[in-house]
Ligand binder design. Structure first.
Ligand SMILES: [Zn+2]
Ligand SMILES: [Zn+2]
Length: 143
């Protein structure tokens, strides 16, 4: 029997459940089951049940309520740190992206940037806390 501990770890500070293989947090509620069904097709249903059973009493924060740590704080353990981008537009209240295409889209929509305009972002280390079609939350980490 596979060990549950190799799949998930609970982060008490942020009240999130982190998938150790995908290195991001899993949305609570129905998101848990969905994650293991879709993202871990090789997992036996017995293991999946065991995991869901073992985490059902954990206090998990809703995606919208998870507090993004201050940039000065250490990265969240077990979540992938990757090279991303931070918007530096003077009128921006803060936007981070893991992909440059996402940043370019943001700057076009929010700041009216045209394709040939100089870029208004810089490289920035980021962590994507949640990663799915419906929920994406980024933290910026100062190197
Ligand atoms: Zn996973
Ligand atoms: Zn911006």
């Amino acid at each position: 029997m596979e060990s549950i501990k190799s799949y998930v770890r609970y982060n008490e500070t942020h009240k999130i459940l982190i998938c150790l293989q995908h290195k991001h947090a899993i949305a609570p509620g129905t998101g848990l089951k969905r994650h293991f069904q879709r993202q871990h097709p090789e997992m036996s249903s017995g293991t999946r049940q065991k995991i869901l059973e073992s985490v059902k009493d954990l206090e998990l924060e809703d995606v919208d309520n998870v507090v993004i740590p201050d940039p000065e704080e250490y990265p969240i353990a077990d979540i992938e740190v990757k090279n991303g981008f931070a918007c530096r537009h003077p009128e921006c209240d803060g936007f981070y992206a893991g992909e440059m295409s996402t940043m370019a889209k943001h700057c076009q929509r929010k700041h009216g940037r045209q394709d040939n305009d100089p870029i208004c972002w810089t490289e920035q280390t980021v962590q994507t806390i949640f990663q799915s079609n419906t929920s994406l939350k980024l933290a910026n980490i100062v190197r």
